[in-house]
Design a protein. Sequence first.
Lengths: 209, 274
Amino acid sequence: MKSIAMPLISLQLGRRHVLLAAAGLALTSGPAAAEIGVDEATKFIDAITKQLMETVNGPAEAAAKSQKLEAIIEAHVDIEAVARFCLGRFWRGATPQQQKSYLDLFHRVLVNNITGRVGEYQGVTIVTNRAAARESDVAVTTTVTRPNNAPNRVDWLVSAESGKPKVIDVIAEGTSLRLTQRNDYLSYLSHNNNDLQALIDALRQQAGK
Amino acid sequence: MPDSSSSRVSRNWFCAVSLAALASLAACATPPAANDQEAVAEFRETNDPLEPTNRTFYAINNGLDVVILRPLATAYRAALPQPVRNSVHNVLNNFGNPVTLFNDMFEAKPRRAGDTLMRLLVNTTVGVGGIFDVATDWGWPAHDNDAGMTMALWGLPDGPYLFLPVLGPSSPREATGFGVDYALNPTTWIGRGPTVNALGYAKTGLGALDARSAVLDDLDKVTSQALDPYATIRSLYRQHRQSQIDDARADNRATVPAWFPATGTPSKPGAAVK
């Protein structure tokens, strides 16, 4: 909960404060391996959201749109990092074979869930607003407006841990997708004797749908 | 007589449901073994000691939703065009403004209270009884507020998760807030009699339809995509509440006029200084 609260509070601060804070962070933490600037992250999200809008609002058939959307996700989302986050403490306890099946299935379910909704986003506009450093990552705030819907605030969490900027979370109106997913998985596991194989089987069923 | 038999059936059904609920009332979630520290931390973070009871009420609410609320909300969305539904939403929101205003004041948020007061005045008059949301275009946007948020800003902790019959996701603080808001609402206290009562029921019913129809697709997605919809809704509810509370806490727009020499107080970005 606190991890969600922090960026939302810091987002309310002015841009200047954020830059100062980011500068301070850079000074104190020294040459961190994976760090990303606020401006770089903003440009990155601006470019992705433009691609998303072009794809979703373009004239192509639904299947072609899904394919393009999948390519965007593959290129710009650190799916493995998200998958690891969602499994929490169970990731370390998993066998290499379990880790591999889980990653594959997580990947497929995530892509299916997003591309399956491509039609609903027809006519969407996304405006990039401002960004704020959050530990070694950056949260970029956008306003997403769908026809006949009130504008939604969507924050994109960008990390450079993998070497280049990648999206590691999407926070819609204060609700984090990866945290929600993690709570879903952990609850499922706790009701299935903490047996990772049960989760993998359930995901396999979801991916097959 | 068909009446008595059907009422007996429904009474039996009701008894069965209440018995199930009562039986599970005694049930508490089993904490993990104390030596598994990560599991214990997770159990504390989940903060749902009444989980078995909550799940029972979740199942009952879900059943009611499937047979009553969801079909009605679907019909409501299909029967009325978007502009009409928007107007209903606006009127209901306008009825909620007095409660929002009280809470803005209790939280000592003068700019928020000003927004709400202007919304109430402008939308009730220029907006024809709240049908049109003129105030948003004129620079007084809507925000969420209720007594649960007020108590949160006063420092009261949320407490364990509760899933209440009919009302849904809640907590001791939020449930108290619900009661406080009911008492704060002027419409609770105006007049008595069949007409006022009927209008009150109509408002409650429309409120349920308005709220449910707004989340038809999203809730369907949660129930179809989540492995444990109960846990997913618990997570979504808590994150959403936290974000509403954080927004209120962070809204410290200055109340000094624009010509006054600037102080160090950061004003909320995007807000017009009047």
